[in-house]
Design a protein around this ligand. Structure first.
Ligand code: OGA
Ligand code: NI
Length: 355
């Protein structure tokens, strides 16, 4: 999910497929995509390699010999970056590769075929573009399909692709794999924060898992567009699978945009607002965006992980007792989502959660 502040988040105005636009081999991007409001997108990127997104190894978190050290690394990564690469997360390469392949085959289908699973008026789910709320709005160089995967009752099978034939089966397995990572990670984050783990893990066991698959076609003027507008995710965290070796995801760190280099087999963990609130502001939900390339397409599969709807999101008791006052209100996930989807005019969403 994105931390934009448009007027109506329930639905998205239909706009052309960027994939189709890219196939026209235009020399310049249409003005609707041209970001004259931004300085050159690429040139703001840090060029040195000294700033690397942290790497966390799940096997070291599990192993009692290395746990203490790796927990400290995790804690530091969440505080200082809010984003890290997770390796040895327990989900097989085969599962990741399989979902990657299904996603590629889906986006490779003819446009008309993909339209069978297009967003319906009044809904963000399905194939299309997210959060287009006005005809004047600048558009991202991105097509996507957004599907609710867990709990099973939330699935809207009408817009779950049946082509490629193994897509549904793969997404079913993949969403459970992502839940497994989410629950394990939650336990270690809670240990790092020294807060109660049981209730939080249970909330992620029962949680909501919503999957957004992004397709970024090659772009004739990559320095003039955004693949995805800078935003902060709103769930507990997002688990992002970079599907190839073309970098595109960038995170804002100390005022500079840093590339998250794709790492085979790794899952990128990006903190969302719910974790920021839970940690009473100790863990930061970072601003991030996607940039595009002139010659290469890119795909990503992003799983937004939320605790169960009835779970109360607020600063953890243990953290407030340590002497710092709560910075955020406590509301259920359901109320939290209600606030996000019905924003107050001119008030940034996170401010409505502050005390
Ligand atoms: C998102 C997101 C980044 C990417 O979908 O919320 O941040 O690299 N995606 O696709
Ligand atoms: Ni995001």
């Amino acid at each position: 999910m994105m931390g934009l502040e448009p007027k109506n988040l329930h639905s998205s105005i239909p706009v052309p497929s960027v994939q189709e636009l890219a196939s026209l081999q235009l020399e310049a991007v249409p003005s609707r995509y041209m970001r004259d409001d931004m300085e050159s997108i690429i040139s703001t990127v840090a060029s040195d390699n000294t700033l690397r997104v942290p790497l966390i190894d799940m096997t070291k978190l599990v192993d009692s010999e290395s746990q203490e050290t790796e927990l400290q690394k995790l804690h530091a990564a969440c505080k200082e970056w809010g984003i890290f690469q997770l390796i040895n997360h327990g989900v097989s390469d085969e599962s990741l590769r399989n979902m990657n392949k299904q996603t590629q085959e889906f986006f490779d289908l003819p446009s008309k075929e993909k339209q069978r699973w297009a967003q319906k008026p009044g809904s963000l789910e399905g194939y299309g573009q997210a959060f287009v709320t006005s005809e004047e709005q600048k558009l991202d160089w991105n097509d996507m399909i957004f599907l609710k995967a867990l709990p099973i009752e939330d699935r809207n099978l009408e817009i779950w692709p049946e082509n490629p034939p193994k897509f549904r089966e793969s997404l079913n397995g993949y969403s459970q794999d992502m839940r497994q990572i989410a629950v394990a990670l939650t336990r270690f984050m809670a240990m790092g924060l020294e807060i109660e783990t049981r209730e939080l893990c249970a909330a992620y066991e029962e949680g909501l898992y919503q999957i957004r698959m992004n397709y970024y076609p090659p772009c004739p003027q990559p320095e003039r567009v955004t693949g995805l507008t800078p935003h902060v995710d709103i769930p507990g965290f997002a688990l992002l699978l970079d599907c190839g070796d073309t970098p595109g995801l960038q995170v804002l760190k100390d005022g500079r945009w840093i590339f998250v280099e794709p790492l085979d087999g790794a899952v990128v963990v990006d903190m969302g607002r719910i974790t920021e609130i839970l940690s009473n502001g100790l863990y930061k939900a970072p601003e991030h965006r996607a940039v595009v390339s002139k010659s290469k397409e890119r795909r990503s599969i992003v799983t937004f992980c939320y605790p169960a709807l009835s779970f109360k999101v607020g600063p953890a008791m243990e953290l407030v007792k340590l002497g710092s006052p709560p910075l955020y209100k406590t509301v259920t996930v359901e109320e939290y989502l209600g606030c996000f989807f019905n924003p107050k005019p001119d008030v940034p969403f996170i401010d409505t959660m502050k005390i």
